[in-house]
Design a protein around this ligand. Structure first.
Ligand SMILES: [Zn+2]
Length: 94
């Protein structure tokens, strides 16, 4: 093993989570702060929780609303076109 080039190892690094959980682990940093851990992650808690960074959930909802609006507009255009074609067919028959 080289004597130089190895980072300092902390076998009992202190980890604190945003939920308040604390535990120790081995790390090259003496203290670690995390946003989510195994006690509060939705996968283990079974509760839905959004880890919203920079309003991504909001953006997604906006896009979904916009898509619905476009779909409604497209459907309206389609029915209008069909009505026009029907009236043209009616006038051509005369
Ligand atoms: Zn946590």
């Amino acid at each position: 093993m080289k004597t130089k080039g190895h980072p300092k190892w902390y076998p009992e690094a202190h980890v604190t989570c945003a939920c308040g959980a604390q535990f120790t682990t081995g790390s090259t940093s003496p203290t670690i702060a995390v946003e989510v851990c195994s006690t509060c992650h939705p996968l283990w808690t079974g509760q839905q929780k959004f880890l919203d960074t920079a309003g991504r959930v909001e953006k997604f909802n906006q896009r979904a609303a916009m898509a619905d609006k476009k779909k409604a507009e497209a459907a309206e255009r389609k029915t209008r076109k069909q009505a026009e074609q029907a009236s043209e067919a009616g006038s051509a028959a005369l």
